[in-house]
Design a protein around this ligand. Sequence first.
Ligand code: HEM
Length: 196
Amino acid sequence: MRGHDLFRYAALLAVVLCYVTIILGGNVITTDNGLACPDWPTCFGNGNFFPAFTGGAAVEWAHRVSAFVLSVGVLGLAVLAVAFERGRRALLRLSLGALALVVTEALLGGVVIETSLLAGVVLLHLAIATVLFGILLIVALLANLRDVPRRWVDWARRAAEEDPAVAARAAAAREAAPVGPRPADRSVPGVTSREG
Ligand code: HEM
Protein backbone atom coordinates (compact mmCIF):
# COMPACT_ATOMS: atom_id res chain seq x y z
CA MET A 1 0.00 0.00 0.00
CA ARG A 2 1.36 3.44 -0.92
CA GLY A 3 1.96 6.11 1.72
CA HIS A 4 -0.81 8.34 0.34
CA ASP A 5 -3.30 5.48 0.67
CA LEU A 6 -2.22 4.78 4.24
CA PHE A 7 -2.73 8.46 5.05
CA ARG A 8 -6.20 8.66 3.53
CA TYR A 9 -7.40 5.53 5.32
CA ALA A 10 -5.91 6.81 8.59
CA ALA A 11 -7.80 10.10 8.07
CA LEU A 12 -11.11 8.25 7.63
CA LEU A 13 -10.39 6.11 10.70
CA ALA A 14 -9.62 9.23 12.76
CA VAL A 15 -13.01 10.74 11.82
CA VAL A 16 -14.80 7.57 12.98
CA LEU A 17 -12.78 7.43 16.23
CA CYS A 18 -13.51 11.10 16.97
CA TYR A 19 -17.21 10.58 16.30
CA VAL A 20 -17.35 7.59 18.66
CA THR A 21 -15.44 9.51 21.37
CA ILE A 22 -17.86 12.44 21.11
CA ILE A 23 -20.87 10.13 21.41
CA LEU A 24 -19.30 8.39 24.43
CA GLY A 25 -18.56 11.81 26.00
CA GLY A 26 -22.22 12.77 25.55
CA ASN A 27 -23.11 9.45 27.17
CA VAL A 28 -21.01 10.41 30.22
CA ILE A 29 -22.93 13.67 30.60
CA THR A 30 -26.43 12.36 29.94
CA THR A 31 -25.97 9.47 32.39
CA ASP A 32 -24.43 11.86 34.93
CA ASN A 33 -21.26 9.79 35.32
CA GLY A 34 -18.68 12.58 34.92
CA LEU A 35 -17.16 11.85 38.33
CA ALA A 36 -17.63 8.06 38.33
CA CYS A 37 -13.84 7.98 38.04
CA PRO A 38 -13.04 10.80 40.45
CA ASP A 39 -9.39 11.29 39.42
CA TRP A 40 -7.21 11.42 36.32
CA PRO A 41 -5.37 9.76 34.65
CA THR A 42 -6.05 6.88 37.03
CA CYS A 43 -9.48 5.80 38.30
CA PHE A 44 -9.70 5.74 42.11
CA GLY A 45 -5.98 6.53 42.44
CA ASN A 46 -3.12 4.20 43.47
CA GLY A 47 -2.03 3.58 39.86
CA ASN A 48 -5.41 2.02 39.17
CA PHE A 49 -5.77 2.50 35.41
CA PHE A 50 -8.29 -0.31 34.95
CA PRO A 51 -11.38 -0.01 37.15
CA ALA A 52 -13.99 -2.76 37.43
CA PHE A 53 -15.82 -2.33 34.15
CA THR A 54 -19.30 -1.95 35.62
CA GLY A 55 -21.79 0.85 36.29
CA GLY A 56 -20.80 4.50 36.02
CA ALA A 57 -17.06 3.76 35.96
CA ALA A 58 -17.60 1.72 32.77
CA VAL A 59 -19.40 4.65 31.11
CA GLU A 60 -16.64 7.10 32.10
CA TRP A 61 -13.85 4.66 31.31
CA ALA A 62 -15.26 3.82 27.86
CA HIS A 63 -14.95 7.54 27.01
CA ARG A 64 -11.36 7.69 28.30
CA VAL A 65 -10.34 4.54 26.42
CA SER A 66 -11.88 5.79 23.17
CA ALA A 67 -10.14 9.16 23.73
CA PHE A 68 -6.84 7.29 24.17
CA VAL A 69 -7.37 5.28 20.97
CA LEU A 70 -8.32 8.50 19.15
CA SER A 71 -5.14 10.21 20.42
CA VAL A 72 -2.99 7.33 19.15
CA GLY A 73 -4.88 7.46 15.83
CA VAL A 74 -4.32 11.21 15.41
CA LEU A 75 -0.64 10.80 16.37
CA GLY A 76 -0.37 8.14 13.66
CA LEU A 77 -2.09 10.48 11.19
CA ALA A 78 0.40 13.27 11.97
CA VAL A 79 3.37 10.89 11.58
CA LEU A 80 2.00 9.70 8.21
CA ALA A 81 1.47 13.33 7.16
CA VAL A 82 5.10 14.19 7.96
CA ALA A 83 6.30 11.06 6.14
CA PHE A 84 4.12 11.18 3.02
CA GLU A 85 2.20 14.45 2.71
CA ARG A 86 4.91 17.10 2.83
CA GLY A 87 3.94 17.99 -0.74
CA ARG A 88 0.38 18.77 0.34
CA ARG A 89 1.06 21.53 2.84
CA ALA A 90 -2.57 22.07 3.89
CA LEU A 91 -2.97 18.39 4.82
CA LEU A 92 0.30 18.44 6.74
CA ARG A 93 -0.64 21.58 8.69
CA LEU A 94 -4.18 20.41 9.44
CA SER A 95 -2.90 17.02 10.67
CA LEU A 96 -0.36 18.67 12.97
CA GLY A 97 -3.10 21.04 14.16
CA ALA A 98 -5.34 18.04 14.92
CA LEU A 99 -2.51 16.48 16.94
CA ALA A 100 -2.10 19.67 19.00
CA LEU A 101 -5.87 19.79 19.58
CA VAL A 102 -6.22 16.15 20.62
CA VAL A 103 -3.38 16.51 23.17
CA THR A 104 -4.99 19.69 24.54
CA GLU A 105 -8.36 17.94 24.67
CA ALA A 106 -7.02 14.91 26.54
CA LEU A 107 -5.34 17.17 29.13
CA LEU A 108 -8.50 19.26 29.38
CA GLY A 109 -10.43 16.03 30.08
CA GLY A 110 -8.28 15.79 33.21
CA VAL A 111 -9.13 19.40 34.11
CA VAL A 112 -12.85 18.63 33.63
CA ILE A 113 -12.51 16.03 36.37
CA GLU A 114 -10.13 17.94 38.65
CA THR A 115 -12.53 20.93 38.61
CA SER A 116 -15.48 18.63 39.42
CA LEU A 117 -17.17 19.30 36.06
CA LEU A 118 -16.95 23.10 36.10
CA ALA A 119 -19.46 24.21 33.44
CA GLY A 120 -17.03 26.53 31.58
CA VAL A 121 -14.38 23.80 31.36
CA VAL A 122 -16.92 21.21 30.14
CA LEU A 123 -18.09 23.70 27.49
CA LEU A 124 -14.50 24.29 26.36
CA HIS A 125 -14.06 20.49 26.23
CA LEU A 126 -17.10 20.29 23.93
CA ALA A 127 -15.93 23.24 21.82
CA ILE A 128 -12.50 21.70 21.19
CA ALA A 129 -14.09 18.31 20.41
CA THR A 130 -16.27 19.82 17.68
CA VAL A 131 -13.38 21.82 16.16
CA LEU A 132 -11.24 18.66 16.19
CA PHE A 133 -14.02 16.71 14.47
CA GLY A 134 -14.37 19.44 11.83
CA ILE A 135 -10.63 19.49 11.11
CA LEU A 136 -10.45 15.69 10.84
CA LEU A 137 -13.44 15.74 8.48
CA ILE A 138 -11.73 18.29 6.23
CA VAL A 139 -8.47 16.29 6.26
CA ALA A 140 -10.37 13.09 5.35
CA LEU A 141 -12.28 14.86 2.60
CA LEU A 142 -9.19 16.49 1.05
CA ALA A 143 -7.11 13.33 1.38
CA ASN A 144 -9.77 11.26 -0.40
CA LEU A 145 -10.88 13.83 -2.97
CA ARG A 146 -8.85 12.31 -5.81
CA ASP A 147 -10.51 8.94 -5.28
CA VAL A 148 -14.08 10.10 -4.80
CA PRO A 149 -16.38 8.38 -7.35
CA ARG A 150 -17.31 10.59 -10.31
CA ARG A 151 -21.05 10.47 -9.51
CA TRP A 152 -20.39 11.89 -6.01
CA VAL A 153 -18.45 14.80 -7.52
CA ASP A 154 -21.32 15.43 -9.96
CA TRP A 155 -23.83 15.31 -7.10
CA ALA A 156 -21.76 17.84 -5.08
CA ARG A 157 -21.54 20.16 -8.08
CA ARG A 158 -25.29 19.97 -8.66
CA ALA A 159 -25.92 20.59 -4.93
CA ALA A 160 -23.70 23.70 -4.98
CA GLU A 161 -25.09 25.21 -8.17
CA GLU A 162 -28.39 27.00 -8.53
CA ASP A 163 -31.04 24.97 -10.36
CA PRO A 164 -31.13 26.64 -13.85
CA ALA A 165 -34.89 26.02 -14.22
CA VAL A 166 -35.65 27.76 -10.89
CA ALA A 167 -33.26 30.64 -11.70
CA ALA A 168 -34.91 31.11 -15.14
CA ARG A 169 -38.40 31.16 -13.58
CA ALA A 170 -37.29 33.78 -11.02
CA ALA A 171 -35.74 35.94 -13.77
CA ALA A 172 -38.94 35.68 -15.86
CA ALA A 173 -41.05 36.67 -12.82
CA ARG A 174 -38.84 39.76 -12.28
CA GLU A 175 -39.19 40.72 -15.95
CA ALA A 176 -42.97 40.36 -15.85
CA ALA A 177 -43.45 42.27 -12.60
CA PRO A 178 -45.39 45.55 -13.18
CA VAL A 179 -43.26 48.65 -12.74
CA GLY A 180 -44.77 50.32 -9.69
CA PRO A 181 -44.08 53.71 -8.14
CA ARG A 182 -40.42 54.27 -7.36
CA PRO A 183 -39.56 53.62 -3.69
CA ALA A 184 -39.32 56.67 -1.44
CA ASP A 185 -36.12 58.65 -1.85
CA ARG A 186 -33.69 57.31 0.78
CA SER A 187 -30.62 59.03 -0.59
CA VAL A 188 -28.25 60.74 1.79
CA PRO A 189 -27.94 64.49 1.12
CA GLY A 190 -24.70 65.23 -0.71
CA VAL A 191 -24.21 61.63 -1.91
CA THR A 192 -24.98 60.97 -5.56
CA SER A 193 -27.19 57.91 -6.11
CA ARG A 194 -25.88 55.34 -8.63
CA GLU A 195 -29.37 55.06 -10.13
CA GLY A 196 -29.20 58.75 -10.98
C1 HEM B 1 -9.24 13.43 23.51
C2 HEM B 1 -10.43 13.39 23.01
C3 HEM B 1 -11.71 13.70 23.73
C4 HEM B 1 -12.84 14.12 23.10
C5 HEM B 1 -13.00 14.35 21.60
C6 HEM B 1 -13.84 14.31 24.12
C7 HEM B 1 -15.13 14.73 23.88
C8 HEM B 1 -16.10 14.87 24.83
C9 HEM B 1 -17.46 15.31 24.56
C10 HEM B 1 -18.00 15.69 23.20
C11 HEM B 1 -18.12 15.32 25.74
C12 HEM B 1 -19.59 15.71 25.93
C13 HEM B 1 -19.68 17.20 26.10
C14 HEM B 1 -21.09 17.70 26.07
O1 HEM B 1 -22.00 17.01 25.58
O2 HEM B 1 -21.31 18.87 26.50
C15 HEM B 1 -17.22 14.89 26.77
C16 HEM B 1 -17.52 14.77 28.09
C17 HEM B 1 -16.62 14.41 29.06
N1 HEM B 1 -15.29 14.13 28.88
FE1 HEM B 1 -14.29 14.06 27.13
N2 HEM B 1 -13.30 14.01 25.35
C18 HEM B 1 -12.00 13.61 25.16
C19 HEM B 1 -11.13 13.22 26.12
C20 HEM B 1 -11.42 13.11 27.46
C21 HEM B 1 -10.53 12.65 28.49
C22 HEM B 1 -9.10 12.14 28.25
C23 HEM B 1 -11.20 12.72 29.67
C24 HEM B 1 -10.80 12.39 31.07
C25 HEM B 1 -9.79 11.92 31.48
C26 HEM B 1 -12.49 13.23 29.40
C27 HEM B 1 -13.47 13.45 30.35
C28 HEM B 1 -14.75 13.82 30.11
C29 HEM B 1 -15.79 13.93 31.14
C30 HEM B 1 -15.63 13.68 32.62
C31 HEM B 1 -16.94 14.30 30.47
C32 HEM B 1 -18.33 14.51 31.11
C33 HEM B 1 -18.44 15.87 31.75
C34 HEM B 1 -19.72 15.99 32.58
O3 HEM B 1 -20.30 14.98 32.98
O4 HEM B 1 -20.15 17.15 32.83
N3 HEM B 1 -12.60 13.47 28.05
N4 HEM B 1 -15.97 14.63 26.19
